[in-house]
Design a protein around this ligand. Structure first.
Ligand code: A3P
Length: 296
């Protein structure tokens, strides 16, 4: 398949110091002006932390575990991506949101300080998912290989350096996870970890259920856990991003549903890279104590 001329690896433009794909930066004023409804729910993540997984869990919770209802459309249509706005065929998040009635499940990768203020003014519920830095980096690396709208990742060694310097799309992982962490109590943000979801998905599904003031039966919880397993979602065309045409997401380079494991970084970092990364991590994270686990 020939790449459409409008699909290209977009350069990054800084908005208030955060590198964003140029089409996001160029549309920044309308993104920043977005006014959510108080009933809207925000799901915020650094890219590749488990967004899609959490979106699927929430959609199923909101539909009492009805698998068919949650196959009504692909993930980005059921749960629009606030800031995305690319040339067709990628749907613009704001266009989709404007056509939907609240309550809407809204995805964002924006760091806390760039989230439109209406979310906090309206006391919207917000769920943040964080994933340990090294696995998040590896997942992002493969994603940047397959997503032809993101900047070229280049060699892995240089990619580690870019991650540490915070120059990838959506900026610094360190600032991102910290930004939501320090606001979580004040803004009533449910702060989740990918590693907890892998360790005990049932416990985390129940945690989300309680946060959303929902109550579903044990059977439904079990079904949701099953329907949102890595295997089920990989086979679900409405949850595995096969909806995005191959000139944009080239799943033959690396599938969107790639591995879904904790600790895959060990297969990618050399011991030297790991040591260097850990030393820098200590410095960048010394001002907070976020309970990340890189291995279970
Ligand atoms: P890997 O690249 O490590 O496999 P996001 O949705 O934020 O883009 O995150 C994508 C990452 O979450 C990918 O990680 C993907 O495989 C993983 N993922 C998606 N659904 C999952 C699930 N049901 N269980 C575990 N991991 C999942």
């Amino acid at each position: 398949e020939k790449a459409s001329p409008s699909i290209t690896r977009f350069p990054l433009i800084h908005i208030r110091g955060i590198p964003l794909m140029c089409h996001i930066a160029n549309n920044w004023d309308s993104i920043w002006a977005f006014r959510p409804d108080p009933s809207d729910l925000l799901i915020a993540t650094y890219p590749k932390a488990g967004t899609t997984w959490t979106q699927e869990i929430i959609d199923l919770l909101l539909h009492n575990g009805d698998a068919e209802a949650c196959k009504r459309a692909p993930t980005p249509v059921r749960s629009p991506f606030l800031e995305i706005c690319s040339p067709p065929p990628i749907p613009s998040g704001l266009d989709l949101l404007n056509k939907m009635n609240p309550p809407r499940l809204i995805k964002t990768h924006l760091p806390f300080q760039l989230v439109p203020l209406g979310f906090w003014e309206n006391k919207c519920k917000a769920i943040y998912v964080a994933r340990n830095a090294k696995d998040n980096l590896v997942s992002y690396y493969y994603f940047d290989l397959m997503n032809k709208t993101q900047p070229e990742p280049g060699p892995f060694d240089g990619y580690i350096d870019k991650f540490m310097r915070g120059v990838l799309s959506w900026g610094s992982w360190y600032d991102h996870v910290k930004g939501y962490w320090v606001e979580r109590e004040e803004k009533n943000i449910l702060y989740l970890f990918y590693e907890d979801m892998k360790e005990n998905p049932r416990r985390e599904v129940e945690r989300i259920m309680r946060y959303l003031d929902l109550s579903v039966s044990d059977d439904v919880i079990n079904r949701i856990v099953e329907l949102t397993s890595f295997k089920s979602m990989k086979e679900n065309p409405m949850a595995n991003y096969s909806c995005v045409p191959s000139p944009v997401f080239d799943h033959s380079v690396s599938p969107f549903m790639r591995k879904g494991e904790v600790g895959d970084w060990k297969n990618h970092f050399t011991p030297e890279q790991s040591k260097m990364f850990d030393e820098d991590y200590e410095k960048q994270m010394k001002d907070v104590n976020i309970p990340f686990r890189s291995l279970i």
